[in-house]
Design a protein around this ligand. Structure first.
Ligand SMILES: [Fe+2]
Length: 385
C-alpha cells in the first residue's frame, strides 16, 4: 500500500523503550517488512512476544484436487456448483493454480474460533456476497459486497460474517505482493489524476481494542500446499499500535473509475492490481466506445503468453453466452479467444454495459483442478461452432 497509516499507540521514536502502564515491562516491537529491508514495512507493538508457539503439527491438505489429464482448451465452469461446508478457511475450493497463483472460491457457512495465516502468499479476497468484518492485528475493517480485500502475506486474520446464510468469496493467492501499478502513481507515490482510483477510495484498518488474553489459540498456517496447526499462548490480535505502509486494505469494485475510448480499449485500461506473475482487472458498468462504427465487443485475440481468467460477478456480460453469476471462463495462452457467434453483431450500436467482472491474466499457464471437471459446461469449448 503506498500510503502511510497509523493506528493505536506507538512510541515517539522507533526502536526505543515503550513501557506498559506498569512502567517496567516493555511492549514488543515487530518490524513487519517486505523484500528484506527494501520494500514497504510497518512497525507493530505487541503486548506479548509475537514469537511464542506452544506446539505445531502438520494437517492433512484440504480439498486437494490435481487433474493432470485436463485439456489445454477453453473452459467455462460454475463455481457455485461446488460448495464445501465449513468456515472461511475450510470452505475453500481451488479451481485453477500454477506455481505463483491459486484461484479458489468459498461459501463460508459457519463461524470459527480459528485464526488463519498464509505464510507463503498474499491473498486477494473478493466479496461477491456477504458482509462482515476482517479482523487482524492491524485492526478491523468492515466489508460488504464488491469489496476487494488485500491481505499481505503472513498477516494473521479472521473473517467474521454478519450471517452465515449466503456468503461467496473469490480468493486469489499470489506468491508476490499485490501492488498498485507504478504508472498510476507519481514519483512520491501519490495516485495520479488519471489513475482509476484515488486515495479516498481505499479503506484501511481501524482501531480495535488489543486483546492481551493468554491461553491456547489456534492458527491455521498455510505454506504452499501444506497446512499446519500452530497453538500459541497469546491472542494473535494483542497489538496496541502500529504504523507504516504494509497492512491489509479494501477497495470496492463499485469505486473503480472506468475509462472509455473512441474505439475498443484493451483490458489494461481496466487494470486494478498487479503482482510479479499476473495482473487483475475490474470490469464495471461503463459507456461503450463512441466511434460511430465502433464494435464494442472485443476482437478475437491471441494473447500468446498469458492465460486469461474471468470471474463473472453480475450483469449481462457482453461477449459471452451462457455465463452467469459465479461463472469462471479460462482461455489459455497459445489459443485465440473472442466473442461467441452473434455477440459481435449484437454489440454494435450498444451504448453501455452494466457488467461487473474480475479478470486475472497469468503469465504462467494455469492447471485446472477436478473442481473444474466437476462443474464445467461441457459444451463450452465447441460454442464457437
Ligand atoms: Fe483477451
Amino acid at each position: 500500500m503506498p500510503f502511510y497509516h497509523r493506528v493505536g499507540d506507538i512510541p515517539r521514536v522507533k526502536h526505543t523503550t515503550f513501557y506498559k502502564d506498569d512502567g517496567s515491562s516493555l511492549y514488543r516491537e515487530e518490524l513487519f517488512s517486505s523484500k528484506g529491508f527494501s520494500g514497504v514495512y510497518s512497525n507493530k507493538y505487541h503486548i506479548h512476544l509475537p514469537t511464542a508457539v506452544l506446539s505445531a503439527k502438520e494437517l492433512e491438505p484440504r480439498n486437494g484436487t490435481e487433474w493432470p489429464e485436463a485439456s489445454v482448451l477453453y473452459f467455462h465452469f460454475y463455481t457455485d456448483d461446488k460448495r464445501t461446508a465449513g468456515d472461511f478457511i475450510g470452505s475453500r475450493n481451488v479451481f485453477l493454480q500454477n506455481a505463483h497463483c491459486v484461484i479458489a472460491t468459498a461459501n463460508p457457512a459457519e463461524d470459527t474460533h480459528l485464526f488463519y495465516r498464509n505464510a507463503y502468499a498474499a491473498e486477494y479476497v473478493f466479496v461477491h456476497r456477504g458482509s462482515g468484518v476482517l479482523l487482524t492485528d492491524f485492526g478491523q475493517l468492515r466489508f460488504g459486497p464488491g469489496d476487494q480485500l488485500i491481505i499481505p502475506r503472513a498477516v494473521t486474520y479472521q473473517l467474521k460474517f454478519d450471517s452465515y446464510h449466503d456468503n461467496k468469496l473469490l480468493i486469489v493467492e499470489s506468491d508476490t505482493a499485490y501492488e498498485i501499478p507504478t504508472h498510476f502513481r507519481n514519483d512520491y507515490g501519490q495516485l495520479l489524476e488519471h489513475a482509476p482510483y484515488c486515495e479516498r477510495d481505499f479503506r484501511r484498518p481501524e482501531f480495535m481494542n488489543p486483546n492481551g488474553d493468554s491461553g491456547r489459540f489456534t492458527i491455521i498456517v498455510k505454506a504452499g500446499h501444506r497446512l499446519f496447526e500452530h497453538i500459541v499462548p497469546h491472542h494473535p490480535f494483542g497489538v496496541v499500535g502500529w504504523d507504516g505502509y504494509l497492512y491489509p486494505f479494501a477497495f470496492n469494485i463499485r469505486d473503480y473509475h472506468a475509462k472509455v475510448g473512441r474505439i475498443h480499449l484493451p483490458p489494461p485500461v481496466h487494470l486494478v492490481f498487479k503482482t510479479q506473475h499476473f495482473i487483475m482487472c475490474n470490469f464495471v458498468p461503463r459507456l461503450f466506445d463512441f466511434h460511430p462504427d465502433a464494435i464494442p465487443a472485443p476482437y478475437f485475440h491471441s494473447n500468446i503468453d498469458s492465460d486469461e481468467v474471468l470471474y463473472y460477478v453480475e450483469g449481462d456480460f457482453m461477449s459471452r453466452k451462457g455465463v452467469k453469476e459465479g461463472s469462471i471462463t479460462l482461455h489459455p495462452g497459445g489459443m485465440p479467444h473472442g466473442p461467441q457467434p452473434g455477440k459481435t453483431e449484437e454489440s454494435i450500436g450498444a451504448r453501455r454495459t452494466e457488467e461487473y467482472a474480475i479478470m486475472i491474466d497469468t503469465y504462467a499457464p494455469l492447471r485446472p483442478t477436478t473442481n473444474v471437471r466437476d462443474t464445467m459446461d461441457k459444451d463450452y469449448a465447441q460454442s464457437w461452432l
